[in-house]
Design a protein around this ligand. Sequence first.
Ligand SMILES: [Zn+2]
Length: 130
Amino acid sequence: MECPHCQNQKIVKNGKDCHQDGKAIQNYLCKGCSKRFNERTGTAMSRLRTPANVVSFALKMRTEGMRIRASGRVLEKYHTSIMRWEQKLASQSQQWSPPAPAGADITVEGDEVYTRVGENLPPQSQKDGQ
Ligand SMILES: [Zn+2]
């Protein structure tokens, strides 16, 4: 977790807001720039949206023993992003394997990973011979 304004990691919790959907949103205060933000504040990190195939490539490279910075350079991604994918996807490897179909998106949002697979696909039974 870091400040979306100055990337400082010296942040402190600063109370919670209760939103209409009933979820409490943690607020933070940055010790570096004294700005406030919350866990939904738009940051480069929270908006990072990486195609599933890129994530898949990254994880394959890592599986093949490629160093994380090298993988990042090849994919033009921050190695910290790859680390995050590894951490997040390792804990949900059952959903991840087999890999998501091409065209599916993985949204890495803050500390959460959402896989969006098959949202717009027809039911399996209609795939052939319709
Ligand atoms: Zn800051």
